[in-house]
Design a protein around this ligand. Sequence first.
Ligand code: SF4
Ligand code: SF4
Length: 420
Amino acid sequence: MTEKADIAVAKFLEHTDAEAASFFDACVRCGECAEACHFFLSTKDPHFTPTYKLEPMRRAYARDKAPFSGLKKAIGLAPKPVTEEELVEWGPLVYDSCNMCGRCTLVCPMGIDIAGTIRKMREGYAAAGLAPEGLERSVEFVKKTSSPMGVTLKALEAQIKHQEKECGIPIEIDKQGADYMAIFSSMEIMGYPEVLGAYAKLFKKAGVSWTISSVAYEATNVGVQIGDGPLAKEIVKRVVDAAEALEVKHVISPECGHAYGAIRWAGPNMMGRQFKFEVVHIIELLDKLRREGKIPPGKKDGRKITLHDPCQIIRRGGLLKEPRSLLDDSCDNFVEMKYAGLTNFCCGGGGGVSANPRAKDLQTKAFSRKMGQLDAIKDLEAIVVPCGNCRTVFEDGLDEYESDYEVLGLSELVAQTLAE
Ligand code: SF4
Ligand code: SF4
């Protein structure tokens, strides 16, 4: 084995805990997971069968960690060692064709968590320097500026100033003792800054005190995407330290899929302790404020609108009813797409795929599943996409397929349809 293969295999074995080992032993190769994965469905390429993507890690386990592996090695019955060439060949299966969306787990008769195991497998790739260039570049930006797109505090302040002017409401940075501290993805700050104005409008109406930290405004956790545990922890720690220094009671996770899982579910485990504040998703918070009568709905949007459920918010985050309740209040003509909710298809860009230019063509192919869901709705006009990353994937995908549905954020829609 080369040095890179040694490093990757050592990490694979380190991350083959009891759960991963039981998955490797339990897979009966039935192939059911293929029929759930949008990469397989849109290409019919058997390489994209979810369980196949795990093969190098499974082989490393079978050779070096599985029961009787030592004996099997001694009598020449162990599988061959994983080589660097194989790891390079598998790279597109590990990074380009898995959004870590969790749809395959829903159908697996053995309950195998492919997404979680891909996440562990990426630890080996990242440690060996075999992660895709696009994600490596994001890591460099995060190390320099805390943002995977290189968004500096100065750039954030400029966006805030512009939104303050637009909505006529001040947005305070580093407000000590605020009830809520909001974090945003770089994609929202630069691509959809109106979300800042929407928060200002909604929270003013609700009488909610909130702030943005000057040192921890970024929600994106590129450590989770690339498979770098220490970096993922560092990114979570930055937010935790800032929130605890400002003594806020809650941190608001934004309209971003993986950021929610990273800070809310994985975050306390990474830090090894409970936080001194509660993490809430913006959709949960708006739904709560709506039910408390603090952000009453006004004139509804009359267009025919559907909802895309971002995987990490619905399947791994459980927010099913809340966005629907907000949409029922905000739209006259809200319709569900086929496979809405838990079984919704990923847009194709999650899990770091959209930050990986090598995966662009495959991502576009995978988006054809989404196009099918959208085009099946007669006279559809707009789609609410409550994740900044999914939103860009939708905009690109709709362009590629020459479709002109409008793409909207949920917070902006709720703010636009708020009672005067
Ligand atoms: S987690 Fe999603 S993208 Fe990855 S293999 Fe499973 S269905 Fe496919
Ligand atoms: S559905 Fe589950 S058991 Fe069947 S091949 Fe896929 S991972 Fe293995």
